[in-house]
Design a protein around this ligand. Structure first.
Ligand SMILES: Cc1cc2nc3c(=O)[nH]c(=O)nc-3n(C[C@H](O)[C@H](O)[C@H](O)COP(=O)(O)OP(=O)(O)OC[C@H]3O[C@@H](n4cnc5c(N)ncnc54)[C@H](O)[C@@H]3O)c2cc1C
Length: 499
């Protein structure tokens, strides 16, 4: 007998209780309160995998400081187009969160979000020239209004003292700073969203329920097969729409659905380790997220950064991540995950990626073989007077990078996120994990556009969507006035700085 609380049928099934499912569920329920939504989660609480506060860096990714979004062209100029995309995707999250604060669904934004300047810091002549060119391109755009730049040791020390104390005064350095940056506790946010959803009729969340299969039932419905983790009992839910928001486990579930659109996809797991410091005398002297330059061959999520984190009201510092290799797809996953995901359809793409990404393989092998002394030396490049005994290792989450079938190269490794959906719009899976949690609203809107086009009309959801996301349909990269207005408005609601 299925547990009575799990409905036999539902309009929507959300697999996984991380930030992505929580955000999509929130948006759908705001657009149509009559929807019946069931959220299914293997673990005993929401937000426990990558969305958990310590399993990501908590950066509200607005591409202010992450240098991997701004490649240098051969002529020395800097391409900021990708940064602008990410920057304005974050504006969508700010709008959804502000809407929830204004309607009282989130009582205090400080429960999950804190103002925290975002900085880029580089050293060495060549890197200084790069940052200068990057600043020139970015500060000319309205999206980066208020960005500061300095090559002066004293001024940078005023922004982030720990990074300058003990540094060779003759070393060429440069930094940019944006004071409107944020530190976000995505674990807390997930809890707030799931609590808000749970208070509404028609929504239910079911913990310790592991989705083991997805079968088509007739032409437009899915039978979601579930195993109860405690009792071992099997049961199922029939649903007309399924969102696979299972983080690293999205790939195996997509494979189980057997939709042709998922054919040939594979996954490459990258694990992460942080160094964490909870000594208040140190963390109280640093208030910024300071991003540096990534090592050659490293995946984009391995750009080192020295971060302020504010979690549960306490300030700590985080440094890393140091990338590593594990065959698990989730922190709570199994070492057999990678091997079980290999199937005849994706073996050639996976082999092609292994062949074409030697620099990445060398980088990961190098990271795995690094001694803790090597790791600490990297921190000291950011914080010269750091002391080993003040820091401890902490596990960051797993990220499964997408291996995408590609007719020309057989397979390519992608570092972004991708929605893979059934052509009949009845199921969609979210693969990949970058830029990540901060762009969950952008991803949720993409799901609406991909799978609910008939509802996104003036007579149905559109006017409601514009109340939630006032700039929906406006390109903030092009419309400077709209950009300024919405940032001023969301800054008040979210209690963050505006310039
Ligand atoms: C080292 C690191 C640093 C990061 N830094 C940042 C950052 O600074 N800013 C940012 O925005 N993003 C960051 N990210 C990315 C961000 O953490 C993720 O993009 C985001 O948390 C993914 O959310 P999710 O809901 O898709 O997945 P998750 O939070 O992993 O949730 C998936 C859920 O699905 C459940 N599940 C899995 N399989 C099943 C199943 N079969 N049945 C039922 N439930 C299942 C899992 O238990 C889990 O609870 C970082 C990630 C890493 C690893």
């Amino acid at each position: 007998m299925p547990p009575t609380s799990i409905p036999a049928t539902s309009d929507i099934v959300l697999i996984g209780a991380g930030i992505m499912s929580a955000t999509l569920g929130t948006l759908l329920k705001e657009l149509d309160p009559s929807l019946r939504i069931a959220m299914l989660e293997t673990l005993d609480d929401c937000g426990q995998e990558s969305s958990q506060a310590w399993n990501n860096a908590g950066t509200g990714h607005a591409a202010n400081c992450e240098l991997n979004y701004t490649p240098q062209r051969p002529d020395g100029s800097v391409d900021i187009s990708r940064a602008l995309e990410v920057n304005t995707e974050f504006d969508l999250s700010r709008q959804l969160w502000s809407y929830l604060v204004k309607k009282g669904a989130i009582t205090d934004p400080r429960a999950f979000l804190h103002p925290c300047p975002h900085m880029s810091l580089v050293w060495g002549k060549e890197n200084v020239e790069f940052l200068r060119a990057r600043y020139k391109a970015m500060s000319a755009h309205h999206c980066y209004h208020g960005m500061d730049y300095s090559e002066d040791h004293k001024q940078i020390a005023g922004w982030a003292p720990l990074t300058m104390e003990g540094r060779d005064p003759n070393q060429p350095v440069a930094a940019t700073r944006i004071i409107t940056g944020t530190d976000v506790d995505y674990g807390s946010l997930t809890h707030l969203l799931v609590a808000h959803l749970s208070a509404q009729p028609g929504f239910s969340v079911h913990y310790k329920q592991h989705v083991v299969g997805l079968e088509r039932e007739g032409s437009a419905r899915w039978r979601v097969e579930i195993k109860d983790i405690e009792s071992g009992d099997a049961h199922s839910v029939l649903s007309r729409f399924v969102f696979i928001g299972a983080g690293g486990d999205a790939l195996p579930l997509l494979q189980k659905s057997r939709i042709p659109e998922g054919h040939g996809y594979g996954g490459f797991p990258v694990s992460g380790i942080w160094l964490r410091c909870d000594v208040s005398a140190i963390s109280d002297r640093h208030h910024a997220k300071v991003y540096g330059k990534a090592a050659e061959g490293s995946p984009p999520m391995s750009v080192p950064h020295l971060d302020t984190r504010i979690i549960g009201g306490k300030k700590s510092l985080l440094f890393g991540p140091y990338a590593g290799f594990s065959t698990k797809f989730l922190k709570h996953g199994s070492l057999t995950d990678l091997f079980r995901s290999i199937e005849p359809g994706n073996i050639f793409p996976m082999m092609a990626v292994a062949r074409d990404n030697i620099a990445l393989s060398e980088y990961l092998i190098g990271q795995v073989l690094q001694t803790s002394a090597h790791q600490f030396a990297m921190l000291q490049q950011f914080f010269p007077w750091a002391k080993r005994h003040d820091w401890r290792e902490a596990v960051a989450g797993q990220r499964v990078q997408i291996i995408k079938p590609d007719p020309q190269h057989t397979g390519v490794l992608e570092f972004g996120t991708e929605l893979i959906g059934a052509t009949d719009q009845s199921l969609v899976a979210l693969l990949g994990a970058s830029p990540g949690a901060s762009t969950a609203t952008f991803i949720a809107i993409e799901v609406l556009q991909k799978c609910f086009p008939d509802e996104l009309t003036e007579s149905a959801w559109l006017s409601r969507l514009r109340q939630i996301i006032p700039t929906y349909g406006i390109d903030l990269k092009a419309d400077a006035d709209a950009c300024r207005r919405i940032r001023a408005d969301t800054a008040v609601a979210l209690k963050v700085d505006n310039v």
